[in-house]
Write a protein that binds this ligand. Structure first.
Ligand SMILES: NC(=O)c1ccc[n+]([C@@H]2O[C@H](COP(=O)([O-])OP(=O)(O)OC[C@H]3O[C@@H](n4cnc5c(N)ncnc54)[C@H](O)[C@@H]3O)[C@@H](O)[C@H]2O)c1
Length: 308
């Protein structure tokens, strides 16, 4: 199993590290445009191998796509992250050009690959990969909901004063501060609805804290977060590589599901060896349906800024 990660920055390197530590891939190729940067990150990570007990080989390359040939999975993290006060949508100008050229170079050398898009604004970048390549829809996956759901569970556990392993929950919708739809109606603590334990006000607070989860970290760190994003990507990569048939919310091209079409947005999907093997339809409350509709309008507005 060969995995390429484009962008050896904060998220790309973290993602390569988690993939290696989980030790399911034979090879991870890290590629960056900055001379020597990916080589340096790869060497540093390889020097963790004996300490962390993994055999995954990590190689770093400067912009030579021939070394990515025949990758089973390619992750795109290249592009600029947001600074405090910025929205993800503001990154579109620079990141669209990067994502378009990177995806085309990857596919040229790995025509059968599955692509995971991480660069922001992620739903629009995932849509761009659909529009600018001829990959089938099951092989283009946007990562956002897996991270947002981890942040939701963190906030739920905090509110419940419970261990995170007691908590389950999912965030669907667009990967943006206003677009995220944390599914409080489905969230549980050991299969009991969280609304049994938390007041409506407290649940609303959890929802709001989840939606600004990325912005809160960007304010603290001066740039966007990387540990949880890297861990979330590695979970998706593992589900595909190990054909786990696990369910994650991912951004995928909708063609009528959830009453939406011609956009990529986060919905629950089953991931296995073929990438997105199934889109899962779940019942939403009226408020969640309305929020999903509003979220889709936001994503479509950002898609409208794309130039093909
Ligand atoms: N989808 C999500 O949930 C999520 C979470 C966190 C970050 N992000 C996004 O991921 C992206 C990366 O974030 P980061 O914190 O790692 O940024 P970073 O600046 O640390 O790393 C980005 C890397 O991309 C490289 N790069 C730029 N253009 C390139 C090109 N054409 N080819 C190859 N490499 C190129 C840069 O040299 C840099 O090393 C940002 O757009 C950020 O907003 C998404």
């Amino acid at each position: 199993m060969k995995v390429t990660v484009v962008g050896a920055g904060a998220v790309g390197a973290s993602c390569a590290e988690y993939i290696a530590i989980k030790d399911f891939a034979s090879e991870v190729v890290l590629l960056d445009i900055k001379e020597g940067y990916a080589e340096g990150k790869a060497m540093d990570l390889m020097q963790c191998a004996s300490l962390n007990g993994f055999d995954t080989k990590i190689t770093g390359i400067t912009n030579d796509y021939s070394k990515t040939a025949d990758s089973d999975i390619c992750v795109i993290t290249s592009g600029i992250p947001r600074k405090p006060g910025m929205t993800r949508e503001e990154l579109i100008g620079i990141n669209a050009g990067i994502v378009k050229s990177v995806s085309s170079s990857l596919i040229e050398h790995s025509p059968n690959t599955i692509i995971i898009v991480v660069s922001n604004p992620m739903d629009t970048m995932t849509y761009l990969v659909h529009k600018s390549t001829n990959l089938p829809k099951n092989r283009i996956i946007g990562m956002g909901g897996a991270l947002d759901s981890a942040r939701f569970k963190y906030r739920l556990a905090e509110a419940l004063e419970a261990p995170i392993s007691d908590v389950d929950g999912m965030v669907i919708g667009g990967h943006s501060d206003t677009g995220m739809v944390p599914l409080t109606s489905h969230a549980t603590r050991n299969s009991i609805k969280v609304s049994e334990f938390l007041s409506e006000d407290r649940l609303n607070q959890v929802k709001e804290d989840t939606k600004v989860g990325g912005a809160t970290l960007t304010k603290l760190l001066g740039t966007s977060a990387w540990y949880a994003p890297g861990a979330a990507v590695s979970g998706l990569v593992q589900a595909i590589a190990c054909d786990q048939k696990k369910m994650f919310p991912c951004s995928t091209l909708l063609e009528g599901e959830y009453g939406l079409s011609d956009l990529c947005i986060g919905v629950p999907v089953v991931l296995g060896r073929n990438g997105i093997e199934r889109i899962v339809n779940i019942e939403l409350s009226d408020a969640e349906k309305a929020h999903m509709q509003q979220s889709a309008e936001g994503v479509k507005k950002t898609n409208g800024l794309l130039e093909f």
